[in-house]
Design a protein around this ligand. Structure first.
Ligand code: CP
Length: 302
């Protein structure tokens, strides 16, 4: 079994991994040898802070071992992806990969004889959303019946959040004035509509009003953020999105948890003071990447 999107997992599995993450957080010592003698290849085609750290430290704390591989310094750059993946499968018990194109990750999962975990591609970020749901459950004690407002670009985080919320009984309202064509997954949106738990609106004030959680993400994908070729598009996005910034004015009277998957661009999708607001659980979300990475690894590698 793999984790390319949350579609790969049953609702029971998703809820089980969320609860297991909280158990691992409370009793880490119980699991010190849970993945003894297991190895994980961690392949990165893009930059990362949290995904690399969480999986690398998770493997260490579970008694296993991880191998960091920068895509550009491997023969993935010049050989057949399937051949290389089959070869990598012969050394390790699992592969976690962050790639530019979901199609490449799907090809790797077809070639691999070990589980493949999506460490973020242009369409999905399931590991982040599992950590987010763990954070909400930790703070609120439940998921079902809560409402999350996502305000930002319809991107990979938005896709996986729609899946994660609707699969666990949370209502999600997305306020997405810009839809990333590369990310958009119509199947996720259609499946979410059927649940009655998904709504898309441009009324940001109404979306936030009775929300238990307010979530935002970068307006520009990480691989384009510093790219001079993307400068014009970046400026256009900032102009369109600034009225949708998470700030004190928008959140006046709201008691919602404030979430962001990081990296943060202070002054763009979120104001400086809101990052450090007492309702912000952004750094808890980040820490929970570790506990949820452990639960994901136990689910797939044990
Ligand atoms: N949220 C997240 O995936 O962080 P990194 O890009 O630093 O891994």
């Amino acid at each position: 079994m793999h984790l390319i999107t949350l579609k790969d997992w049953s609702t029971k599995q998703i809820n089980g991994v969320i609860d297991k993450s909280l158990e691992l957080k409370s009793n880490p010592d119980k699991y010190s040898f849970a993945l003894e003698d297991k190895s994980l290849a961690m392949i990165f085609q893009k930059t990362s802070t949290r995904t690399r750290l969480s999986f690398e430290v998770a493997m260490t704390q579970l008694g296993g071992h991880s191998v960091y591989m920068d895509w550009r310094s491997t023969n993935l750059v010049l050989a057949d992806l399937g051949d290389e993946t089959k070869s990598i499968s012969g050394y390790v018990d699992g592969i976690m990969a962050r790639v530019l194109k979901n199609a490449n990750l799907v090809a790797m999962s077809r070639a691999a004889s070990v589980p493949v975990i999506n460490g973020c591609d242009e369409r999905y970020h399931p590991c982040q959303i599992i950590a987010d749901l763990v954070t909400v459950k930790e703070k609120k004690g439940k998921l079902t019946g809560l409402k999350l407002a996502y305000i930002g670009v319809h991107n990979n985080i938005c896709n996986s959040l729609i899946e994660g919320c609707t699969r666990t009984g949370m209502k999600i309202v997305t306020v997405t004035p810009i839809v990333s064509e590369a990310a958009f997954d119509g199947d996720i949106v259609e499946a979410a509509k059927v649940t009655g738990l998904y709504e898309n609106s441009l009324d940001v004030k109404a979306a936030v009003e009775d929300a238990d959680v307010v979530y935002t993400d970068t307006w520009v994908d990480m691989e384009f953020f510093l790219d001079p070729k993307f400068k014009k598009e970046k400026e256009k996005r900032i102009k369109t999105m600034l009225p949708y910034q998470l700030n004190k004015k928008l959140l006046k009277g709201s008691d919602a948890l404030i979430m962001h998957d990081m990296p943060i661009h202070r002054g763009y999708e979120i104001s400086d003071d809101i990052v450090d607001d007492p309702n912000s659980v952004i750094y808890l979300q980040s820490e929970n990447r570790l506990h949820s990475a452990k639960a994901i690894l136990l689910e797939l590698l044990k």
